[in-house]
Design a binder for this molecule. Structure first.
Ligand SMILES: Nc1ncnc2c1ncn2[C@@H]1O[C@H](COP(=O)(O)OP(=O)(O)OP(=O)(O)O)[C@@H](O)[C@H]1O
Ligand SMILES: CCCC(=O)O
Length: 368
């Protein structure tokens, strides 16, 4: 019997762009990255103030492409900085909307994903979802202990891409994600290394707020005592220090660019500092992978390298040479977040998975 068609609009708002896609079941029929000029985006004081502008831009784009939204069956957005929740596909509900609007765990462009998905879907009387937001939290209790009793470690990472790539690789290996131990390393503007133990990310560095390897734009873990001294030196405002850690940290801080392709050119042209710093980033990533292998007690089925930096052949080689004794290294460059959003919504629409209710764990089956 032929499967009925589920047409899904997916929305992934990033800091400088909004990526959208329309899928018929898991087949993409339209994808577009709508870039937002910084002069336009900087007019807004807060992320939430961009809501009307981004929603209208999406609707105009679909209209210009001749895509009739009345044919949609669901809308799925990238979820944002919500309360910590386990991975999965969540129905957008009132508490979630409130948390996204107020920035419960902070400001992030993806906070707009669920809100816009809900508004478009409600007008059409169809369901709206978010899938694997950055706050997916499946940490083992032991991983929460930071060593400083006033601060608990948090799980903030590229959950959507990490989980999607982990599922894809598991399928390629002919196994279920829930039966494997994987180390998934997403290397983009931020870098996160997740220890996936039988389908749960039991440890991962907080890639947004200073933990783990440094990345193109972020400092990662820095020596705590020196950071405290710098904060109290009187030389910087709080926001300045935060910017130096996130946004202007990592490659940007050392080399004034977040573009690894440019850094590779600098190295080709004999820039020794660029070579050292780029190597240090690979070194720190490898160290974090080593730590994740200890979390999994050495029982690692594969190590996956993904994200934009995984296109860098020398960078990947430098990491692989240090860690390929642990397990096979599988390179999956780039990210496929639109596809992952569509697949997450589809699993629920097809009844393969239950939609989850935020923030609790009360599950409701939509279809038998
Ligand atoms: N061919 C390539 N070789 C080396 N590096 C590359 C290549 N293509 C992209 N990159 C680098 O990948 C990084 C961006 O990765 P990506 O696009 O995954 O990040 P993002 O989506 O902006 O951020 P995040 O993944 O953290 O959400 C940049 O430093 C970019 O220069
Ligand atoms: C680490 C969370 C996702 C991001 O890089 O913004």
């Amino acid at each position: 019997m032929q499967e009925s068609n589920n047409r899904i609009l997916v929305i992934n708002p990033g800091s400088t762009s909004t990526k959208i896609g329309v899928f018929d079941n898991d087949i993409s029929i339209f994808e577009k990255t709508i870039r937002h000029e910084s002069e336009v985006i900087n007019q807004f004081d807060n992320i939430i103030d961009q809501y009307e502008f981004r929603k209208n831009t999406i609707l105009e784009t679909l209209d210009n492409e001749g895509i009739n939204i009345s044919k949609l069956n669901a809308v799925c957005g990238r979820g944002g900085l919500l309360r910590p929740i386990e991975g999965g596909t969540y129905a957008v509900n009132d508490i979630m909307l409130e948390d996204l609007r107020s920035g419960y765990s902070g400001q992030h462009a993806s906070n707009l994903g669920g809100i816009i998905a809900y508004e478009i879907a409600t007008g059409l009387n169809i369901p709206s979802y978010i899938v694997d937001p950055v706050v997916v939290d499946e940490l083992d209790p032991v991983a929460r202990i930071s060593g400083f009793s006033l601060i608990e470690r948090k799980s903030i990472f590229h959950a959507l891409n990490q989980k999607a790539v982990a599922r894809r690789v598991s399928k390629d290996l002919g196994k279920r994600y829930e039966d494997l131990n994987l180390i998934v390393t997403h290397m983009g503007g931020g870098i996160t290394v997740g220890a996936h133990k039988k389908g749960r990310v039991v440890d991962v560095n907080n890639g947004l707020h200073g933990d783990g390897p440094f990345s193109p734009e972020r400092a990662g873990t820095v020596p705590a005592g020196d950071l405290v001294s710098l904060c109290y030196s009187g030389d910087f405002y709080r926001e300045e220090v935060m910017k130096k850690l996130v946004g202007q940290g990592g490659l940007v801080g050392y080399l004034e660019t977040n573009d690894a392709v440019k850094v590779e050119k600098m190295i080709e042209n004999g820039d020794e500092k660029a070579k050292l710093v780029y190597s240090a980033m690979a070194y720190q990533v490898a160290k974090e992978i080593g730590a994740a292998s200890a979390v999994l007690a050495g029982k690692v089925d594969a190590i996956i390298l993904t994200g934009g930096l995984a296109y860098g052949k020398d960078f990947v080689k430098e990491i692989s040479d240090k860690i390929n004794w642990i397990a096979d290294v599988i390179v999956q460059p780039g990210e496929n977040e639109l596809q992952a959003l569509a697949e997450g919504a589809l699993r629920v629409l097809r009844g393969e998975e239950s939609e989850k209710q935020y923030p609790g764990n009360v599950k409701k089956k939509t279809k038998a």
